[in-house]
Write a protein that binds this ligand. Structure first.
Ligand SMILES: [Zn+2]
Length: 314
């Protein structure tokens, strides 16, 4: 069976994956939904899910209030099948970088130009006359197997928006890792979330991403429930995650450059831990948990500066 990365037609990939409705004459006022995938170039699942949704919209041609726009994130990295070219695009989407780009300062890393194009898309949609509310969802996957979950910035609106889906929601990652695309859009006053659907090449990740897009389209009143098998999508997500509790990030284990981090085996997202429990080693020194909680995003790949996070029930 082909992996998600092999399924993606990299050659013909374009920034705008789809817009619906496409013709201005078919447009009505309503919420706008900007769905992004592939902000990390090795995460093709979101792009494939967006393509599926647009294929179905174009075949069935249901009426839709407002507009959905699907975009690809780090285009060059996606085409090369790598996570990033120079820098992590999901760390450089800051207001400071936006200012530099608008002042025509040259930033000497590839992802600056990707961010610049994302800014232009966001601003164009902000200014469209039919846009009554700006919503977004940014689709990601993880290196290790994990049940799907959602990450939101500390904004009540975004939390409520995310809770339309029966998935666990983790709040407050922006305090530890600012500059993600979700963070940028949140700072611009928009409402939305980041969804982690599962392992990069798991076909189920694409199914979960797709289900999430349909559920949001219906729950925001953009699409009639009867236009899709809504209950199937909802149940799919409900069954995908062992919990739909809410959590808040309380700790980040940083890995400095040239340090050797090794996570102890056996941890997964939301594994319960006690205070004093051994979690990892950093340069051979044992790291134990400072508090009771749950492990979040344990690092089992070589790349990265976040060893793990700890979340507590919120
Ligand atoms: Zn990602």
């Amino acid at each position: 069976m082909k992996t998600n990365s092999e399924i993606l037609d990299k050659e013909n990939l374009t920034r705008i994956i789809g817009e619906y409705p496409r013709e201005p004459s078919n447009q009505t006022s309503g919420p706008y939904l900007l769905v992004s995938g592939g902000i990390h170039g090795n995460e093709t699942s979101g792009v494939l899910a967006i393509q599926r949704v647009f294929r179905k919209l174009q075949e069935d041609k249901p009426s839709l209030k407002g507009k959905i726009v699907g975009i690809a994130g780090n285009i060059v990295a996606l085409k090369k099948g790598v996570r990033l070219i120079d820098k992590d695009l999901n760390r450089v989407c800051t207001l400071a970088n936006e200012e530099r780009l608008k002042a025509q300062q040259s930033l000497d890393f590839h992802e600056a130009s990707e961010f610049n194009e994302l800014i232009k898309i966001v601003e164009k949609l902000e200014n469209e006359e039919f846009n009554s509310a700006f919503h977004f969802m940014d689709l990601h996957t993880t290196s290790s197997t994990t049940a799907p979950y959602i990450s939101v910035n500390l904004r009540e609106r975004s939390f409520d928006f995310a809770k339309q889906m029966p998935l666990p929601v983790v709040k407050g990652i922006e305090k530890y890792i600012p500059g993600h695309f979700d963070h940028y859009q949140t700072l611009k006053g928009h409402t939305g979330f980041t969804m982690e659907a599962g392992q990069h090449d798991d076909p189920k990740s694409v199914d979960y991403h797709e289900a999430a897009i349909w559920i949001i389209l219906v729950n925001t009143g953009m699409l009639e429930k009867s236009a899709i098998p809504y209950d199937n999508y909802y149940k799919m997500l409900e069954n995908a995650s062992p919990t739909n509790d809410n959590f808040e990030v309380i700790y980040r284990q940083e890995i400095g450059e040239d340090h050797y981090f090794r996570m102890d085996p056996g941890y997964a997202n939301f594994t319960k831990i006690n205070q004093g429990q051994r979690l990892a080693t950093l340069d051979g020194e044992t790291i134990v948990s400072r508090s009771k909680g749950r492990v979040f995003l344990p690092l089992y790949q070589n790349q990265g500066s976040d060893g793990f996070f700890i979340v507590k029930q919120a």
